[in-house]
Each structure stands twice: as C-alpha cells, then as structure tokens.
Design a protein around this ligand. Structure first.
Ligand SMILES: NC(=O)c1ccc[n+]([C@@H]2O[C@H](COP(=O)([O-])OP(=O)(O)OC[C@H]3O[C@@H](n4cnc5c(N)ncnc54)[C@H](O)[C@@H]3O)[C@@H](O)[C@H]2O)c1
Length: 320
C-alpha cells in the first residue's frame, strides 16, 4: 500500500515496537497516525517525541471495547495490530489471555472490515514455533508451541488466514524473534535479562544467569523491527507470515559477557537454577522477509546493546 496521504492506526502503539513504528511513520508521507492503547504496559513517555508531530493522535482505550475501536477506525487505511498480553501474563491469567489477545484481535478484525481498512499488519510471534526442530527456522517450521501466549498467536494467525480466504481481508503477520532496545521494560521473557543484568552491573553487583546460559536466541534491535513493519504495510503481498530477526543465534552467556564489556565492568556472572523455562533455542531464517518485503536487519547486536546501555545510563542520570 502506498503510504502517501494515508491514515494509519496502531492498536498497541504505545509499547516497545509500536512506539518505534510511530517514529518511523512520522518520516513517511502518511497524513495521520492514530495511536490506540490502553496503557496496560506501554506508556506516554514512549511517545513523548512523536506526540509533538501534528500527524499523531492518541486514543486511550482497549481493543476489548468494540465501540471504541469503531469510533477510532473511521477513515483508517492501514492498521498495525500490536496489542497483546505478554507471555508471563498469559501463564498467570489464561482467561485474560484469551479475552484480550484472541477476542480483542477478533474485535479489531470486525471493526477493520466494517470500516474497509485496506491492510493490516498483525504482530504474531516466533512463539508459534516453540523450541526449534530445525535451525534456522523458516516460516514452514511446525507449530511446536507449548504456551498459552503462543496458542493465542496461532489462533489469531488462523483467523486472519480464514478471513483472507473467505472475505479477502488483506493482512500479513510478523513473527518477531527477540526484540530488544531503547524503551524496553522488565516483562519481556527472553530479553528482560538485558535490563536485569544492567541493573546489577550499575549497582556493582554480579549479574545473574538463570540456567547454564547456553540458551540461544535471535536478538533483533527494535528500530529494525519497526522498519520491517513499515515495509510490510507498503508491500503488496497478502496472507503471508514473516520471521523478523537477525538470523544470528546468541547465547545468554555471550549476551551477558557483551553487557559486562560494554559497561567496562570486571564482575563475573553468577549462575542460578532456572524457575521455569519456555523456549531455549530459537534462530529464524531471514530469507522470506528479505525476498518479499526487502527487509534485512542492519543493527549489529553490539551497536544495539550500546544504545540500550547509553539510554539506561541517561535514565539513571535523570532519576538520580
Ligand atoms: N518484544 C518482543 O520481543 C516480541 C516478540 C514476539 C512477539 N511480540 C509481539 O509484538 C507485539 C508488540 O510487542 P511489544 O514488545 O511492543 O509489546 P508491548 O507490551 O510493549 O506493547 C503492546 C502494547 O499494547 C498495549 N495493549 C495491551 N492490551 C491492550 C488492549 N486490550 N487494548 C489496547 N492496547 C493494549 C499495551 O499497553 C502496550 O502498549 C505484541 O503483540 C507481542 O506479543 C513481541
């Protein structure tokens, strides 16, 4: 879809990925950007710079409120759906997982159809794959998921697919690997280690690694994930799912050593037993996103982590 003069909406646009998509969209010729978020996790600080743009409008409401979606969606051409309860939340409260992630997504689909929204970019997750059966995982990798969160993502993917097949709903889905970056919080199951390790290092304490640190993930910087979303909105292909990752595996041991190096610390990690482990091995193939969307992540891990360290140091300066 050509973005020129378009009105776009981001459901869940105040969160980590959504707020960076807003920043990228401001630089494009879109006419209006509506951020729809109930702030259960995202916050207004994430949008502080974006809200200075006359293009950006903020609506505080939940996607479980169908009437609020209807009011917000009038005239919208393109929609990014990012809102979701997170993995840990879905473990603790499976009913809310179902009501928010699945029924909420269905509300968005219904409202989008009622308002003739031309294209939806849906935020799925690499959680649909579970642990890797083969590496790198292509988009054909089986649904090996074993979490409530992943189950809601699979259900939503299937509903988008059915609505495309039966009603020509134009959508694509993004299966993010592990997104980290400026504005991240402590809730990301696989990436919060970055925040916790930095807190320890800044306090002069040994960082903690749960398990033996051999768990391997595909970390991708959030601004790259935002670029992937904008490209997915601009693309013509429909009914496709895309891995959004670097295609490079990094162990938790290596990640923590990089953070120790970047902060100039001489501390060594302390190992503790893991309370609950979900996925321990995940690296995505980047081939399909490159071929159909022209997307390739460009921020090396070292550079992305440096940005996070600088951001956290600045925050500590502000709050000191
Ligand atoms: N960050 C990752 O590593 C990662 C990995 C895989 C998938 N994802 C998926 O990508 C999407 C965005 O992730 P993120 O890291 O930016 O998450 P996030 O939690 O930072 O952002 C999601 C936003 O949705 C909002 N929200 C939640 N429920 C809502 C509701 N009922 N109505 C309106 N807004 C609501 C939250 O307040 C938050 O601002 C999510 O769907 C997530 O499941 C993220």
């Amino acid at each position: 879809m050509d973005l020129n003069g378009r009105k776009v909406m981001l459901v869940g646009g105040a969160g980590l990925i959504g707020s960076h998509i807003v920043d990228k969209l401001i630089e494009t010729p879109v006419a209006e950007i509506v951020v729809f978020d109930n702030f259960v996790r995202g916050n207004k600080d994430n949008l502080a710079a974006a809200l200075r743009s006359p293009k950006v409008k903020l609506i505080e409401a939940s996607m479980t409120d169908r009437a609020a979606l209807d009011r917000a969606m009038a005239g919208v051409d393109g929609l990014f759906l990012l809102a979701s309860l997170w993995l840990g939340e879905c473990v603790n409260d499976p009913r809310s997982a179902w009501e928010v992630n699945t029924l909420g997504t269905w509300n968005v689909i219904e409202a989008a159809r009622a308002h003739n929204v031309k294209r939806i970019v849906y935020s799925s997750s690499a959680s649909v794959y579970g642990n890797a059966v083969v590496t790198p995982m292509t988009e054909e990798h089986p649904f090996n998921n074993r979490t409530t969160y992943g189950a809601t993502k699979i259900a939503n993917e299937q509903m988008f697919r059915a609505m495309n097949e039966q009603h020509k709903l134009a959508y694509v889905g993004m299966r993010y690997m592990n997104i980290y970056g400026v504005r991240m919080d402590y809730e990301g199951t696989y990436v919060s280690v970055i925040m916790k390790v930095l807190d320890k290092l800044f306090a002069g304490e040994r960082p903690v690694i749960f398990g033996d640190g051999s768990q391997v993930y595909d970390f991708i910087y959030v601004e790259d994930a935002a670029v992937a979303n904008v490209l997915a909105m601009q693309a013509d292909c429909v009914d496709e799912f895309f891995n959004v990752g670097m295609g490079i595996g990094t162990s938790i041991n290596d990640l923590v050593l990089k953070l120790i190096e970047l902060t100039g610390s001489s501390l060594t990690p302390e190992y503790k037993a893991e309370a609950q482990s979900f996925v321990t091995h995940r690296i995505g193939s980047t081939e399909k996103a490159e071929r159909l969307l022209g997307f390739r992540a460009t921020t090396p891990l070292h550079e992305g982590l440096q940005k996070v360290v600088s951001w956290r140091l600045a925050q500590r300066g502000i709050h000191a």
